[in-house]
Ligand binder design. Structure first.
Ligand code: RFL
Length: 382
């Protein structure tokens, strides 16, 4: 046997899992398609929920996060009818986000994993997973064998192919241009703007980098959006003339993201267990993806440790049943959030109806404390 647990993918899910298994003395090996430099620079998520911070802290993985992460506790909604803010640290369970770029977290997790005696094979692609014998076939034709396989290889990975699951899916019919600007945040709060031209979003990342989103037509070619066009549209939709101009800078990443979501059921088969984006893809509307990845990694790590160290299979057998309801709660909220942030353009009856619903939803969120508490709990909760 190469290791007890073979982990496909060195993203947040695979790395948290690997670190927790190493802390329990379990032999594991991570196989990652990309180079170390690539995964340590891949900018994606940034908003970590309290459950994620707890998982990282309890497992000795939060040093960088506590040193450099920024507390974030307010979101704002802008539209035709003005702006309102929700300070979620004072709503619901009073939880806050910690903003810490995903690539920094990945860098910390890789260093810790190696410190704990873990091995990562970078630049190595898994081409096939055998769910019965826990064997990985690699791109150079060699094989690795273990007792269990953790499929943490994201939405385009191969481990999900070893799980004969139903794929429950939804195309939300909305596309975002996801942008990273080399510019400081323009506002203190995460800001969601609802505008006749479409949605625009603003999310702080670091003092020097800000993430923006622009809703664009499906099939948009990201390269047709010059820096000038991006900033002009952000100024319009975020209503800079009314609320203050944006701090501009070079756009260092622009990519088109179709808002689709899907969930595999079940997320285990034989000796293969899926965690993170390989098990479920969630639209980025409520910033849940990385948080779900950490949630599942923790459940899976505990279940595998119980099995390997005490021969107790109870938790592993019920892994899907433990994780799927939590995935669905996040999917439900994320889906609701998509309908809060988008409505069809045009002035036919259907579009007008949907826009009026959207306005009513926003007004309820603005005015109703019970609604705000529910929002806050779900916005941060996993
Ligand atoms: P990852 O991070 O995709 O890692 C999977 C790893 O597996 C490797 N891999 C393979 N390795 C070997 N063999 C193969 N055949 C392989 N196939 C793939 C890949 O190279 C990769 O290194 O999955 P994981 O660990 O499940 O983590 C999921 C998160 O990365 C993802 O959910 C989030 O980034 C989603 N997301 C956000 N989530 C949040 O919680 N908060 C946010 O603010 C947030 N913002 C975002 C986001 C995702 C975005 N994109 C990419 C659409 C913003 C954006 C723009």
């Amino acid at each position: 046997l190469t290791a007890d647990v073979l982990i496909c993918g060195a993203g947040p899910a695979g790395l948290v899992l690997g670190n927790m298994l190493r802390a329990d003395g379990i032999r594991c090996l991570i196989v990652e398609r990309q180079s170390r430099a690539h995964v340590e620079q891949r900018a994606r998520a940034g908003f970590l929920a309290e459950n994620s911070v707890r998982i990282l802290t309890e497992n000795g993985l939060a040093e960088g996060l506590h040193a450099n992460g920024k507390r974030h506790d307010t979101c704002a909604f802008r539209g035709d009818h003005g702006e309102f803010e929700l300070k979620y640290s004072e709503l619901g369970r009073g939880e806050v986000h910690t903003v810490y770029p995903q690539q920094d977290l990945v860098r910390d997790l890789i260093a810790q994993f190696i410190d704990r005696g873990g091995e990562i094979r970078f630049d190595t692609t898994v081409v096939k997973v055998d769910p019965h014998d826990a064997v990985l076939v690699l791109d150079d034709g060699t094989t690795l064998s273990g007792r269990f396989v953790a499929g943490c290889d994201g939405q385009h990975g191969v481990s999900r192919q070893a799980v004969p699951a139903k794929v429950l899916q939804r195309d939300h019919g909305v596309t975002w241009l996801a942008l990273l600007a080399e510019a400081p945040p323009s506002m203190a709060a995460v800001t969601y703007a609802i505008h006749p031209n479409g949605f625009a979003g603003h999310m702080a990342r670091t003092q020097k980098i800000t993430r923006y989103y622009l809703q664009v037509p499906q099939g948009t070619d990201a390269t047709t959006w010059s820096d000038e066009k991006v900033w002009a549209e952000l100024h319009t939709r975020l209503r800079a003339h009314q609320y203050g101009s944006l701090k501009t800078g070079m756009i260092i990443e622009r990519r088109v993201v179709d808002m689709t979501s899907h969930v595999l059921e079940p997320i285990q088969h034989g000796c293969v267990f899926l965690a993170g984006d390989s098990a479920s893809l969630i639209s980025p509307s409520a910033a849940k993806g990385a948080n779900l990845a950490l949630m599942a990694a923790e459940v899976l790590a505990k279940a595998l440790a119980r099995q390997i160290n005490s021969g107790d299979s109870q938790r592993l057998t019920h892994y899907s049943a433990a994780v799927l309801p939590r995935i669905w709660r996040a999917q439900e909220f994320s889906h609701w959030m998509i309908n809060l942030l988008h409505s069809p353009a045009g002035d036919d009856g259907h579009a007008l109806f949907m826009r009026s619903l959207q306005r009513a939803r926003l007004e309820s969120l603005r005015d109703n404390r019970a609604h705000q508490d529910y929002f806050a709990e779900n916005y941060i909760g996993i």
